[in-house]
Design a protein. Sequence first.
Lengths: 411, 411
Amino acid sequence: MPVSKTSKSTRPLILGNAAIGQSGGPTAVINQSLVGVIEGLKSFKSIKKVYGLRHGVSGLVKSPAEMIDLGKLSAARLNAIAKSPSASLGSSRDKPDALYCAKILQACKHANIRYFFYIGGNDSSDTCRIVSELAEGNGYDMRCFHVPKTVDNDLMMSDHTPGFPSAARFVATAFMADNLDNASLPGVKINVVMGRHAGFLTAASALGRKGASDGPHLIYLPEVPFSVDAFIADVQGVFDRLGRCQVAVSEGIQTADGRAVAESLIEGLDRDAHGNIQLSGVGGLGDALAGLVKKRVKKKDGKAPRVRADTFGYLQRCWPDPSPVDSREARGVGKFAARLAAKGASSGSVAIVRASGKTYKSVFQRIELRDVAAKTRHMPVEYINGRNDVSPAFIKYATPLVGKLPELAHL
Amino acid sequence: MPVSKTSKSTRPLILGNAAIGQSGGPTAVINQSLVGVIEGLKSFKSIKKVYGLRHGVSGLVKSPAEMIDLGKLSAARLNAIAKSPSASLGSSRDKPDALYCAKILQACKHANIRYFFYIGGNDSSDTCRIVSELAEGNGYDMRCFHVPKTVDNDLMMSDHTPGFPSAARFVATAFMADNLDNASLPGVKINVVMGRHAGFLTAASALGRKGASDGPHLIYLPEVPFSVDAFIADVQGVFDRLGRCQVAVSEGIQTADGRAVAESLIEGLDRDAHGNIQLSGVGGLGDALAGLVKKRVKKKDGKAPRVRADTFGYLQRCWPDPSPVDSREARGVGKFAARLAAKGASSGSVAIVRASGKTYKSVFQRIELRDVAAKTRHMPVEYINGRNDVSPAFIKYATPLVGKLPELAHL
């Protein structure tokens, strides 16, 4: 079990209510964190009510009356929810500006919310930061705690983020099974993996690779500039050697000028409130790359190989077979955030830090909101191997996180 | 355990070799059938060698020297292979014509193959039929046994086909998890499911549905003529009522004139050797339907709802968490086919017949190749409910096949 480290920066406790919200893309374990916060607050006498926000800050601002009294839920019900994927309170994609944050603060004041827990990624930590600063500027004592969550694994200061190990487990398993499928009906198979800016999840495609001829044979990360010509040459090379080629492509691959490949290959993509183009829930990137391979890669007879593309989509973040480490840690970060509040800590976020030693262990640490807010962590160079693979250091890093993978055999 | 019924149509046994091939799209349990045949042949004294064909009849014709001696594999190795998805011998998409079948027969004669087992769908049973008739016409005593396999569940004479229950298990689980994802970030979510002509797999999306507001809210099968206008009206209706809508769409949906919707909505689709357009391994249908919803479905404020589409792709047929019933039956049909051969039965196929009684049981039966060859079974009308749902009779039919589904909770 993770060991808790306490913070030195504390303030006197204040009586009032707590609110918990979930934000951004759901994960398989985000409800573990929700239940972790609820459990952690149970013995905290300064708190009268623990409210659940429907659809994060969006619900708080638009329909504050719909807040749920989470203190009334039984332990059995909480455990059942913790084990289920998706944001059980409902999530939100809103990115609050100054006016929106003022409304959040107003709603918090109205409900006497003094402890605000927001489970989400780097945008959510930024919301925590702004609201926390606004409250301080207004002389309203409210502590805001960001509870980390993202399948992208792109938060600063953390060894990894809750949600990533389970999504990585899905991706690794999918590539193992699909590798056998590709071997049985040889051709070029492109699988598009989530991860807008960080390649960790795409890199996880390699975690089930055992033999030298096992896929994925090529891995394209957003951190490595993507060139169509190099991609075609890579696929041709693998295909010439093995008669097949399984490719892992991040949805966020970019050309050297920082432009999303998806953007240059597909027309009419949506943009969300953050200005990000819609990469998930659309099959276009895989289809476009498959089209290029069909045109330019050749079999020995000069014909195009069999080419297929799958975009793994939302199953990556909601598949109900979470990594055991992830389930435990996601619960743990929630509990830790609640205990920080109970100990009078100032607003902050929680980081997972890997303990040294032979067997995997982690500890939780309070970190400042400004150190995680609106920042993006990328794959470190030592996890990347050339232009189309991951390094043994990445395999060593990620293997203990995903849990036992299936054992698959092949003739 | 399934009980074997023997055939009355038998002929004297002949000494020689056996060959086993796998054909068509792989499944999560097609290797169970392979191992079932091998095990079933072990005590069959008339057989000298048991050969495995690399990539089905394609390998037999092009590179007969690459056949594998399957008799040398240990029981432990066989068990490991049986539990792994994909066609371990390699599969083939070839559809043999008369000349091709003559080459198959020639290769069989050359290797003294007297027992030919072909694990596949309705096209593979047709190959068995042609080769069997050709052998008989040539006075070459060779018995051809078709061992059923297809995730589409579209073989005649069978209650269901090996491969379907495991794929249905994946689809049901995926819809359950994605339903929670959709509830947490409400919008319209379209999931495209495999099944070119038969809607069984798409129908399986409903197997995890519990509450009245659970998705899938709309299910579109190839058996029910698809109209874009009706689809838009359906989605608008559900969205108005629930504020979200999860949709299951078969890749094979057709308009009233029998034209594939995918064909009318997407440019430049591939065709395979059977003349079928490529429906899997391409995200276009989902994206096209999502585009229509974005244009024509409106929120109360007149804006387009959040719309996403995922195409589940090949993970449906290879996900390594097979249904226990499916694993057992797939092994069983292989063993049963081998025993038919050992008992001197004429060429034929195997059907799974559901036994009457309260708890689920099945028996295997020899059927004629002509009764299954190149024919397609569709969803019976009693499994269909109106233009966009399945009936309670389908739920009753499919529930015992998929095994225990995850228990998911939601606030």
